[in-house]
Design a protein around this ligand. Structure first.
Ligand SMILES: [Zn+2]
Length: 414
């Protein structure tokens, strides 16, 4: 029987969202949270993008040090041989990749304007997979962009050709959020059965069905005899109307009527970090969590009307499917309303050691404190908002990694 794994793509699809972005430190913090939650894989960035190089290598180093384990870190790139070579040149330690190419006639004709045919797409993808295999690599997945508008027979050929070259999974991208739960179930079930590959389900919310489609698609993959890999983003942040929300997908997969008994998650997920990761991503992106967001919205456990309030006071199960404690909610938060000492890009050593001392962090000597302060200043320059405690602690504990993350050079290749 198959299993469902979660592949979070916040650090790729999330950050490529219009008007939004994350600093390299923020992307790293999200990876740490995702790993702590037990997420199978983080699509951690763009290995052909030069300003990502130091961040990607620093995170691979965190994995080698055991800090970012056991989650897989996968790079996203176009399924083009030249891009594969550039990725491994810039980030030689890369071990997992997702190679992406458009497969629908709409996009083949609409993007390449008659210069490419379906056969060209297959050929380019096959060459890209072969190029990736020529490097030291643990897993290759191929992404069919706009799969939901792609001819199913062609999609099957695409998967089989990729598998023959050594790809282990295929990503079914409902790039425009065009599918509904019924269509995506049928298509992915056929795809899983005919290709014999694990299927990644990548859904968008243009019609408000990203989570529902993810669950239906995962069921399709498993009924087709394969594992399912649901793509999520934290708080559903993603292009246009967004992606399938991480916490909502976990809730739907584990708590919706009868689903988990037949279609279980393959990894042990620590849902008690849901509140923290959602809050952190909201702060980092600068996007508030909607009041009615499943699990983590301000109203997710709020009751006002007479009948509901009375019912929940008698027995919470009357009006709640699950308990807020499961999501790590319930702690009271204190906000400083009096004097406050902060640190940041123009901060000095006195304020900095005071702030760190409040978190019981001390330094071996003044020199070490100065070195960490310098990193904090740079991190603040990049983020342009106060660093949170976890970020300060990370910099203090991993100064060498932080130093690598915070430097974007080389700007140009000589
Ligand atoms: Zn997407």
């Amino acid at each position: 029987m198959g299993r469902i794994h979660i592949i979070d793509v916040t650090n790729r699809d999330g950050v490529q969202t219009a008007k939004l972005g994350l600093s390299k430190l923020e992307k790293t913090m999200l990876n740490l949270y995702l790993n702590a939650m037990g997420i199978f894989q983080s699509e951690f960035g763009f290995p052909t993008t030069r300003h990502e190089k130091n961040y990607l290598e620093a995170n691979l180093e965190l994995a080698r040090k055991g800090v970012l384990q056991p989650m897989r870190l996968a790079g996203w790139l176009r399924a083009v041989p030249g891009d594969v070579e550039l990725a491994f040149k810039l980030v030689p330690g890369l071990r997992h990749v997702n190679l992406s190419i458009s497969t629908s006639d709409q996009m083949i004709q609409g993007k390449f304007l008659g210069r490419k045919t379906r056969e060209d797409i297959l050929q380019t993808m096959v060459e890209a997979v072969a190029a990736a295999r020529s490097h030291e690599i643990d897993s290759i997945a191929v992404n069919a962009e706009d799969a939901s508008r792609t001819d199913l027979d062609f999609l099957i050929r695409f998967g089989l050709a990729a598998r023959e070259q050594g790809a282990v999974r295929m990503r079914y991208c409902d790039t425009l959020g065009y599918d509904n739960p019924f269509t995506i179930y049928d298509t992915i079930k056929t795809l899983a059965r005919e290709t014999g590959m694990g299927i990644e389900v990548h859904c968008h919310g243009d019609l408000g069905m990203a989570v529902a489609n993810s669950i239906a698609g995962a069921r399709g993959a498993m009924d087709g005899g394969q594992d399912a890999y649901i793509n999520t983003t934290v708080n559903g942040i993603g292009e246009r109307a967004g992606n399938a929300d991480l916490v909502a997908v976990i809730l739907a997969a584990t708590k919706s009527k009868g689903f988990a008994e037949e279609y279980p998650l393959g990894d042990e997920i620590d849902l008690s970090l849901a509140w923290r990761i959602a809050r952190y991503a909201s702060y980092a992106f600068g996007v508030p969590i909607p009041i009615n967001q499943p699990g983590v919205g301000a109203n997710a456990f709020a009751h006002a009307s007479g009948i509901h309030a009375d019912g929940v006071l008698k027995d919470t199960s009357n009006y709640e499917l699950y308990d807020y404690l499961e999501l790590g909610r319930g702690d009271s938060e204190t906000v400083e309303t009096g004097r406050e000492i902060c640190t940041g890009e123009y901060g000095g050593i006195s304020g900095f050691t005071h702030v760190m001392g409040r978190m019981s962090v001390s330094f071996a000597d003044r020199e070490e404190a100065h070195r960490v302060l310098e990193l904090v200043r740079y991190a603040n320059v990049e983020a342009q908002k106060p660093l949170v405690e976890e970020e300060l602690l990370f910099i203090a504990r991993q100064p060498d990694i932080a130093r690598q993350l915070l430097t974007l050079t080389p700007l140009y290749e000589r």
